[in-house]
Write a protein that binds this ligand. Structure first.
Ligand SMILES: [Zn+2]
Length: 154
């Protein structure tokens, strides 16, 4: 058992065959598949474009999309919204809908494996530009945390 973490499979496949997404998992620190896959997060390119004309990648909160279209429900979220260096909680945002307008607002992702503890903290533009966009361009749909680590070193 994995405590309170929800990892329930759905029987249906709601993801279109041509849907663009990249899912992140971990199966070991050294890239040699030494533990069962921990499903970290799924990202998809939203229709909205950022200032530089690139799509804005969003986290699919609570779901992990597999290559074949299967959806696995997962707990937790990777994204943190910051104003300056201060993380803004969902409760704060509900209290003050304009809280992200009060300063320099940005998104940071904490991609963590709760099996082996491998963790990558990465800014949204870096994840998009160096990992997600290149992967989706070559048709990749899933990547390991160690794979991302290698991409960031390149
Ligand atoms: Zn791991």
């Amino acid at each position: 058992m994995e405590g309170a973490v929800v990892r329930k499979r759905t029987a249906y496949s709601p993801i279109d065959a041509d849907a663009q997404f990249v899912s992140v998992y971990c199966d070991g620190r050294d890239g040699d598949s030494n533990h069962e896959r921990w499903l970290v997060a799924t990202f998809y390119p939203d229709a909205e474009e950022s200032a530089d004309g690139e799509p804005v990648w969003m986290e699919v909160v609570g779901q992990y999309w597999r290559t074949g279209g299967e959806v696995v429900h997962i707990a937790g979220r990777a994204a943190t919204r910051l104003v300056g260096d201060r993380p803004i909680s969902h409760e704060e945002w509900k209290t003050d809908g304009a809280v992200f307008d009060h300063g320099d607002s940005r998104t940071r992702y904490n991609l963590t494996c709760r099996t082996c503890g491998l963790a990558l903290v990465i800014k949204a533009p870096e994840l998009r530009g160096r990992v997600l966009s290149p992967l989706v361009a070559i048709g990749a749909r899933e990547v390991s945390l160690t794979g991302i680590r290698y991409m960031l070193r390149a």
